[in-house]
Design a protein around this ligand. Sequence first.
Ligand code: GLC
Length: 545
Amino acid sequence: MTWWRQTAIYEIYTLSFQDSDGDGFGDLRGVRSRLDYLVELGVGTIWLCPFYPSPMRDWGYDVADYCDVDPRLGDLGEFDALLRDAHARGLRVILDLVANHTSSEHPWFLASRHSRTSPKRDWYVWRDPGPDGGPPNNWLSFFGGPAWTLDPKTGQYYLHHFLPEQPDLNYRNPEVLEAMLEVMRFWLERGVDGFRVDAAAHLIEDAHFRDEPPNPAWRPGMRERDRLLHLYTEHQPETHGVLQRFRALLDRYSEPGAERVLIGEVYAPVEVLIRYYGSAEVPECHFPFHFTLVDLPAEAWTAERVREVVEAYEGALPAWAWPNWVLGNHDRPRISSRLGEERARLAHFLLFTLRGTPTLYYGDELGLSDVEIPPDQVKDLPGFREYGGRWSRDAARAPMPWDGSPGGGFTTGTPWLPLPQDFRTRNVDALRKDPRSFLHLVRQLLHLRRQTPALAEGAYRSIPAPPGVYAYERVWGSERLLVALNFSDRPRVLEASGDVLLSTHLDRSGRQRGLLALQPYEGILLRPSSSGGTMEVTTDGEEAI
Ligand code: GLC
């Protein structure tokens, strides 16, 4: 069992975690000052969202220099100190590799747009206008409008799946791939433990630049970009060749027990997602992030549907491939806003008891909800456009509330985004003092997971349960644990005997005999007393109480 299978990943949206110099933006020194919190929480790996020099049109996902630190967030010395201190505490550090595109202010793009004959021209995707003088084809950008922008000076369009200020690199040009491998070497030499590859599904586009057909399933309220079926801008076969090269480099920097990992950001149904693992002979990602639960609508969080999601993924994975689970990230509404606090606690019980590496989004351990951002204060303009003005990603990126002081312990200045509305009562200090808080639940789940091989490494085995309940076992050698999750708002009853190791409600433990009554939205982890055989489960639900 290797570290990246056993670990829990904690996503740090660097700009919002901890400010150390009072400018209102989170920074690297701030992260460093909070490492002990992360150790106490029980995560093993941090993924740092971009901290590179950037014009901040997409808050760091528009990189102007891959091998430096934005002065607002620190410098390379600060980075090295953070990495050293993290490693000293046994924490691994993964960086965000924004490989698909650069900032339009990156020197590579400035050289590329300079003239049609620039040696860097072909580092980006340039095309002549279409027959009508408009864009070369109908491709759409995530952030609204065409995926092409005309550069008047040279009379050609360049491709950007995101903002016009985020031109797409051309991975059909081997020099570009070499340059990105060089960037990776730069950070690997400094000692990072791996990369999360941003927008991994978009690295290469169709060689023939074919128009995408209309999406018959598009309905108002869906993203404008999804008016088209993305046959030619996502999941292209050649993309896998790029990821194989990334992986091969990481493998050269790996030693047993000290692998450097490659994780891809890939939104896809599981049958497409599994391609990003590559094969046992030619591997790609150690795992691509699996986002089904991130995009599962609130009404689909039922025992039956969630069981289907888990089993579809478990069933699709080749035996050698390792699963992973995610509930939220900096691009999506927070899980507590989507499900409410009670069900969000249950969702975390699921996250940390399933087979596979869990990723926790900063602040979700406090049960943070999305913040309300008045439209005139939106910082995430691209996301605001992406979601048709209904939501901006700022909502999920509020500064971490550490205490109830005016800056929430996040900053002594004015935070760049508003603190969560309820930060005076919902903050790390306050939740630490409440033994039944969300924070304590996550902490206990993470610690149990670390101490219990069946949870970290055991096989997943589905077991029958009454309607509204999802139950499974985790099995490791002779050790067997039962997880039972009541997704309904009614009490439910199972027949089970053993020791309750943990409940979502943090209000019971110890020996349990015969009928096990689950409260609404309660999850239970139980070590059965009987050996062998499958748990007996009643199907008559609440009537059995
Ligand atoms: C990824 C990031 C998102 C960013 C986009 C463009 O999806 O997670 O925040 O806007 O890529 O880099």
